[in-house]
Design a protein around this ligand. Structure first.
Ligand code: HEC
Length: 192
């Protein structure tokens, strides 16, 4: 009993020893020098001695689907592949958005940033880049039946991967899927 009391009395100053006034200094820690408390970390682009390819930033495992992202696996290197995939996308993929004022406003905002320069304010293919002669290829009118008769999935393909011929470039890395669908809804609205 006496021993326990003596031991507890000794324990109190020992614990107080661990406290200090400095808020930036955690004080003494048990096993601190063995990295138990301070994990080594590597920045995204710093070399990594632990991983086999020495890179900290690792690619996602093949087949990974980002949360809340719909995969859109229709690329294509050759013109024939692209044509087939554009048609396939038209059959298999549907616009997930319910069209309302907010979607149309978002579509217009993105159209005005990414499409208006070539396809023009009213979608007739008379944007400034073409009329000024800076861009040589005639942009297709988006409001005539040729485009309007295409299912949304085909237009989504064109925005994502560019036109089949490659004259219009891909915008998949610049425009989020939701915004691409909004643009399509807005283009339908333009035609009406
Ligand atoms: C740099 C100019 C340029 C920009 C920017 C551009 N387009 Fe195009 N677009 C073109 C040209 C040129 C064509 C004709 C391409 C062809 O016939 O291969 C075209 C064709 C199209 C077609 C028809 C494709 C087909 O199947 O024949 C659609 C739909 C289209 N664009 C939509 C859009 C939308 C939506 C945007 C904005 C996200 C956009 N474009 C941005 C130049 C552009």
């Amino acid at each position: 009993m006496k021993f326990i009391r003596l031991f507890s009395l000794l324990l109190i100053p020992l614990m107080l020893l661990a406290c200090n006034r400095s808020k930036d200094n955690p004080g003494y820690d048990y096993m601190g020098k063995h990295d138990m408390y301070y994990t080594k970390f590597y920045k995204a682009f710093s070399p990594n001695p632990v991983l086999r390819d020495s890179m900290t930033n690792q690619l996602p495992v093949e087949g990974t689907v980002a949360r809340c992202e719909m995969p859109f696996p229709y690329p294509g290197a050759t013109i024939a592949e692209r044509a087939a995939n554009q048609a396939k996308s038209g059959l298999e993929v549907q616009n997930p958005l319910v069209v309302n004022g907010e979607v149309l406003a978002n579509g217009k905002a993105h159209y005005d940033i990414f499409c208006i320069s070539c396809h023009g304010k009213n979608g007739k293919g008379d944007g400034y880049l073409f009329t000024s002669g800076l861009f040589p290829a005639k942009p297709t009118s988006l409001v005539e039946p040729y485009v309007q008769s295409k299912p949304d999935g085909e237009i989504f393909y064109v925005i994502t991967y560019g036109s089949i011929s490659g004259l219009m470039g891909p915008h998949g890395t610049q425009i989020q899927p939701k915004d691409r669908w909004s643009i399509i809804s807005y283009v339908r609205e333009l035609a009406n």
